[in-house]
Design a protein around this ligand. Sequence first.
Ligand SMILES: [Zn+2]
Length: 335
Amino acid sequence: MNSHLTGQFPNYRPRRLRQTPALRRLVSETQLNVSQLVLPLFARSGRKIRQPVNAMPGVFQLSPDEVLREAARVHELGVPGVLLFGIPDKKDEKASGAYARNGIVQQTVRLLKKELPELLVITDVCLCEYMSHGHCGIVHQSKGGAKILNDPSLKILARTAASHAESGADIIAPSDMMDGRVRAIRAELDKNGFTDTPIMSYAAKFASAFYGPFREAAESAPKFGDRRSYQMDAANANEALREVALDIQEGADMVMVKPALAYLDLIHRVKSEFGYPTAAYAVSGEHAMIKAAAANGWIDERAVTLESLLAMRRAGADILITYAAADVAGWLNGK
Ligand SMILES: [Zn+2]
C-alpha cells in the first residue's frame, strides 16, 4: 500500500501496536458494551411455560411470568432492553389479538413495567403473528391471487402501536414494511397523548431466508405466498437508503437494518448517510448457524458471537438486537 494516510515500511510497522494485550486494547477502535444489547423475547399465554424453539437453542416461547424472569435476569446483567413479540391464543383475519386491551403483548408489557420500571420495553408492531394467514397486512383474495393491502393495514398497525404505548411500552418498533406505517403510527401515538414515545422502525428489512427459525418461534409463517411484495429484495442497497429516508421523514427516531451480518454494507451506509441511532438485528438464522456449528465443535461459540457483534458495531450499529444478549452480557462482564 502506498497511501498518504500511513508511513511506509520500514518506518511504519503496524505490528508495533499489536505486541501486547494492553497495547491492543489501547488502540482498539470499536467497543462492545452490554449497554448496546437488546434481547428479543417471545410471549405466549399461560404460567410457568418455557417452550423451547427447536431451531434456536436457548430461545423459548415464555408465559408472561417467565418473560419477567428472563427479563429480570438479563437486566441484572446490564442489558438495558428487551424486544417483545407476542404469540396469541387465537388468530383471525383482522389481527384483533394485536390491539386487544388484554392481548398477550399488552399484558406482558404491563407486568414488565410494573416489576422492572427501569427496563426498556420495546414492542414489535406487526400483524403476522395475529393473522390466520400469517401475512403482515390485510389480505385481499381475488382470481388473480392474494394481495396484501397497504393502506387499510396502516390503521390496524397504528391502533396496535397505540395500545402498546397505552400498556406502557417505552419504544414502538414497527416491522411490517407497509408504506407509510411510521407516519400513521406517529400520528396515532400523538393523537393519544404519546408524543414522547419513540419509534424504532425496521426501516430496511429484507425478505430473507435467514428468518427461517423465527417463524417457528413466533408462529408467523405465511400460509400462502411469501413476503416479497412488502419486505425488501436482498439485491437492493439504494432502495434500502430510500426506505430509511422515508421512515425518518415520517418520524422514526431510530432505524434498523435486518438481518445484520449479511447486510453490514447497509448498516455502514445507513449510519454514515443519516447519522441516526441505528440498530442491527442479528436474526434467528444467524443465531442458529453459530449454535449449530458450535454444537458440532466446528467453531468457538463465544469467539464467533463476539466477533460478529463487533463487526456490526464496526459497520456503524449503535444497538445490537441479539438472541445471545444474555450470554454476551455474561462474557462481557467477565463470567
Ligand atoms: Zn410481520
